[in-house]
Design a protein around this ligand. Sequence first.
Ligand SMILES: [Zn+2]
Length: 396
Amino acid sequence: MKTLKLLLPLILMSILSASAQKQSILRHQPGVIGDKGVRNEIYIPKVMGYNVYKADLHTHTIYSDGDITPALRVNEAWCDGLDIIAITDHMEYRRVEREIFQYMKDYIDPAYRGKGAVNTNVLNRDPDSNGILVDFNVASTAAEKEAKRLGIMAIKGVEITRGKLGDYNALFTTDNNALYDPNLEQTIRNARAQGAFIIHNHPQYSKNTESTLPPHCEDFYAKGLIDGIELANGFNHYDRLFDYCFKGKYTPFATSDAHFLISARFPNAGKEYYRNMTLILAKDRTEKAVKEALRAGRTIAYSANMLIGTEKLLLELFDACVEVEKVGTDWKKLGVVIRNKSSLPFAVSKDGKNEYIVPAHGTAMVYVGRNDKVLNLTITNMLYGVNKSPKVSFKL
Ligand SMILES: [Zn+2]
């Protein structure tokens, strides 16, 4: 009896602590989005034997003119089903820095106090030889740390921002602090010397630009300083550059260029469409393989359910995602199902007429004549040039 008296509180305590443990698992835990959120998985099967990674390679944080931290930007990417993210803060436009200076005023060398930050606003002032004095690797390092925790990849990068001379993303930089030069071309060359991949961002940024590219840009392209072109930035699609991109064998990209929350930039992301992504066809998710894929041009730009890429890659993607099968016939028509195993929706038109939506993970039924031997489809949400959609034929 004495032993039972001793044991009872122990038994009770162990029951109580077990239920407390259970409660702590179920209880809402404070933390960033990735800690308590759900990842929206985007499934795309292998294409040509390559994994298809979903990437956003142009985003901003408080370390330039964004409103959120690198950790939160990476968590958003995780929740949105992305595999790869790059924080590409503006090297020469750092809006938040003034506030940080004020906040840290007692830590800052009096020599700099009152002068404002150095080369923080090239939109109002030409860049000068003072360079940048901040540690411009901080955001990338924070992003890399958070990405590692969540099991996705963060690529080190920066946006070289020169106002009317254009903006350029440098990806896979090794030291962002060693890039700056008052001369834009030299800055791009400094990035390339680090092995960086250079993307011409929002190439039709200036609405007054009559020609396809401003003259100095053509010079950069001619000198081989540009590797890829942003064909979609947010909901802006730069169709004047589509043909230029594919003819010149530049790698196409679609990016968010998010400064504030992704949910504000893409209000229906995850419902009607996904946030902008660049689909990267790579052997694996290592820096070496991803870099190789970008250099080989194996990307497809995804924006608002439009897929923009070379005709070959678009057809390979469609082929990997979709299968076509004959089903029943009646006295005059033959039913054909188009089955989509991916998370990407497709729009197809039959013989250039009626459009059918083949939903993500869904099936569409189309009808052809009872004696038709072939089904011709145009994939209308894919583009390999202006008004150029790939066509496929299926033997019935
Ligand atoms: Zn940007």
